[in-house]
Design a protein around this ligand. Structure first.
Ligand SMILES: NC(=O)c1ccc[n+]([C@@H]2O[C@H](COP(=O)([O-])OP(=O)(O)OC[C@H]3O[C@@H](n4cnc5c(N)ncnc54)[C@H](OP(=O)(O)O)[C@@H]3O)[C@@H](O)[C@H]2O)c1
Length: 250
C-alpha cells in the first residue's frame, strides 16, 4: 500500500524542532538538508570530517560545525547536546564499522526525546518482506563483493547499523532511498513500506527531494518507527498510482 506524506497530519502530534544536528553534513545529501533546515529557521549543528569543513563554507556563520569522525562518540555527544532532532546520513564507506559506529553514537548520545532520522538505501529491509528484482540483487552482490575486496565499503555494516536502530525504542525513522539523481526539486517523495510495491517501480528520486523527505519526517509522527522506501512523486510509477480511481476518491 503506497503512502503520501501529503496526507493531513494531526496537528496536535506535531512538534517543530528548534535546534537540529546533521551528521554527515558535508556530503551531497547533507548539504541539501542543511539548506532546507536553515530555510525553515532551525538552528543547525553540522558534523563532518575535519578535511570536509571547507565544503560547508557557503553557509558561513549560519551553521555551527563540529569537525570530526561521525562514529566518534565524543564528537557526536558534543554535537547533539541540546538538539531536538538529529538527521544522520548513514553510509557504508570505509572498513571501520563506520555506519554502525555512527548510528550507535547517535542512539547513545541524542537527548532522550530527540527525533532521529537516518538515511540508507533500499537494500536495507526491516521485516524481510521487501521484494527485489533479480537485477537489483545481482548489482547488490557485485557491488558488495567489489566494495569488500577493495576495502572501499562495508554494506553489511550499514545492515548492522539499521538492525541496531530498528531494535531501539528511540523515536527513529530510517528513510530508504531509491537510486538518486540530481536536479531541481519535484516535491515531497511518496513512500511505501516494502520495496517491490508498484508505487516504487520507477526507482528514482531527486537527491534534493530525499533531503526534503528527511527534513519533513522530523514533524511527521506517522513516520516514527517506520522505514519508508521512497520514490520521486513525479516518477511514472508514483503518478500511475496517484491516478488510480481508488486513491483519487479516498
Ligand atoms: N548514491 C546513491 O545512489 C544512493 C542510493 C540510495 C540511497 N543512498 C543513501 O543516500 C545517503 C547519501 O548517500 P550519497 O551517495 O548521496 O552520499 P553523500 O550525500 O555524498 O554523502 C556521503 C557522506 O559520506 C561521507 N564519507 C565519504 N567517504 C567516507 C569515508 N571513507 N569515511 C567516512 N565518511 C565518508 C561523506 O563525508 P565527506 O564530505 O567528509 O566526504 C558524506 O558525509 C546514504 O545514506 C546512502 O545510503 C544513496
Amino acid at each position: 500500500m503506497p503512502f503520501s506524506t501529503h496526507d493531513p497530519v494531526p496537528s496536535d502530534r506535531l512538534r517543530t524542532p528548534r535546534r537540529i544536528c546533521i551528521v554527515g553534513a558535508s556530503g551531497k545529501l547533507g548539504q541539501y538538508m542543511v539548506q532546507l533546515a536553515l530555510d525553515r529557521g532551525f538552528e543547525v549543528v553540522g558534523v563532518c570530517r575535519e578535511g570536509s569543513v571547507g565544503k560547508l563554507a557557503r553557509f558561513g556563520g549560519r551553521l555551527t560545525i563540529v569537525p570530526g569522525a561521525t562514529n566518534d562518540a565524543d564528537v557526536i555527544r558534543r554535537a547533539v547536546a541540546g538538539c531536538d532532532a538529529v538527521l544522520t546520513v548513514l553510509v557504508p564507506w570505509g572498513i571501520g564499522q563506520y555506519a554502525s559506529g555512527t548510528a550507535q553514537a547517535v542512539l547513545d548520545a541524542a537527548p532522550p526525546d530527540a527525533r532521529l532520522v537516518f538515511s540508507c538505501g533500499w537494500h536495507i529491509t526491516r521485516d524481510g518482506k521487501d521484494v527485489y528484482s533479480p537485477i537489483f540483487l545481482a548489482l547488490l552482490k557485485v557491488f558488495g563483493w567489489v566494495a569488500r575486496v577493495t576495502r572501499f565499503a562495508q554494506l553489511d555494516d550499514q545492515v548492522e547499523a539499521c538492525r541496531r536502530i530498528f531494535a531501539s525504542d528511540r523515536a527513529w525513522t530510517v528513510v530508504r532511498g531509491s537510486d538518486l539523481e540530481e536536479g531541481e526539486s519535484q516535491g515531497l517523495p511518496v513512500w511505501s513500506r516494502h520495496v517491490g510495491d508498484a508505487v516504487l517501480k520507477s526507482n528514482r528520486t531527486r537527491r534534493i527531494d530525499f533531503a526534503l523527505f528527511m527534513v519533513e519526517a522530523l514533524t511527521d509522527p506517522r513516520l516514527i518507527h517506520e522505514a519508508p522506501a521512497i520514490v520521486g512523486c513525479q516518477t511514472a510509477s508514483a503518478l500511475a498510482i496517484a491516478a488510480e480511481p481508488m486513491r483519487s476518491t479516498a
